[in-house]
Design a protein around this ligand. Sequence first.
Ligand SMILES: Cc1cc2nc3c(=O)[nH]c(=O)nc-3n(C[C@H](O)[C@H](O)[C@H](O)COP(=O)(O)OP(=O)(O)OC[C@H]3O[C@@H](n4cnc5c(N)ncnc54)[C@H](O)[C@@H]3O)c2cc1C
Length: 379
Amino acid sequence: MAIFERSRFPRFSIGESLLPACSDVLREAGLFDLVEAQGYQVKTGAVFVRGEERCEFDFAQQFGDGATWTWQVPRAEFDAVLADGVRERGVPIFFEHTVTEVEVGDSPRLTVQAEDGTRDAVSARFIVDASGTGRILPRLLELEEPSDQPVRQAMFTHVRGDRRPQGPNSGRIVIVIHRQDVWIWIIPFSDGRTSLGVVAPPEWFESFPADPTARLRAAIHADPATHQRLADTEFLFEPRSTIGYSTSAKQLFGEGYCLVGNAGEFLDPVFSSGVTLALVCASRASDAIIRQLAGETVDWQADYSDYMARGVDTFRTFVNAWYDGSFHEVCFARPSNEKLKAMICAALAGYVWNLENPFVREHKRKLNQLLRVIRATGR
Ligand SMILES: Cc1cc2nc3c(=O)[nH]c(=O)nc-3n(C[C@H](O)[C@H](O)[C@H](O)COP(=O)(O)OP(=O)(O)OC[C@H]3O[C@@H](n4cnc5c(N)ncnc54)[C@H](O)[C@@H]3O)c2cc1C
């Protein structure tokens, strides 16, 4: 086995808030203790804020017996720690090696280009495309499919000087709802830095100055709750921006290859599902590949594609409900129904394959049912 990686780690990546379900995959891969030893900010839940209203999801109060906490991680370090762990377990990683061509089929081959421009042909028994937004195989095999999510934009940076609230949950991720389609993430790290990002339709940003720092400062200023917490912060790098990041693919596998993580599909950042879905994808793909290389016939459609689609579709229901405002109604309805909230909490913790959870088994129907009750009772 070998991994070819275009960049050299550590390198910046977005996607810093994890979900408890990803711990199960890290344990399975033997990497959990390594991550735990880094002392990352423990994440025990998430807070949604709209004006003066607050809704807290506490993973300890979730339906089922899933993990009750995870971490908020600076991805440059986190990814480098994982890469080192993988190398220590005997898998070579060739950094600064870009995959430029791929042949799939019964004898897959790659062309890999090193930093100095030299190219090598590599034969493989199976190719896993985990290239994220690089989307090597979707581009080369014309597997790209438009996402069902509209084009949205995110602007983000890391800051120092965030005025964190006091108390035991001061380090929790906060998602501020500025407008139904505009939201802000505040993700504290254990070293005092905080990740800050604003997500909105691209045209929303256009009313602000063009300079990225001035633009993000103006966007923060536009939201009173965020401004109060972050107005005096120092930006640690010029804000970056990504537009139209939601992606999909016609198929997740074929002869001699599969797509994992964002190379296959990326839905939306609002519920921090990306890394967890990518890890579950990788775990399912590894299991299928090991069985196939051992001579077993693998039903990739059922065991991989359909399985992943079930988890992604549960998140899709919640993401769509976020942007049409109905998830906000559920969040801020008072008094809240703690039993149903625990079921939603388990899905938001990443346990989107637990069919004992009605909000997973019948995600759309249950959410709509709950909304009807909230609207009918006016609370
Ligand atoms: C605005 C925003 C906020 C997000 N916030 C969160 C969050 O809070 N929590 C969360 O879980 N997820 C979040 N995500 C999603 C998260 O970033 C991804 O889902 C996650 O990083 C998993 O991606 P991946 O491993 O598939 O790809 P990546 O992390 O992008 O890794 C792909 C790797 O492939 C390499 N590569 C690319 N092309 C080539 C090539 N040709 N040859 C060799 N190597 C190549 C790249 O250098 C890169 O290292 C967010 C996404 C966005 C857009």
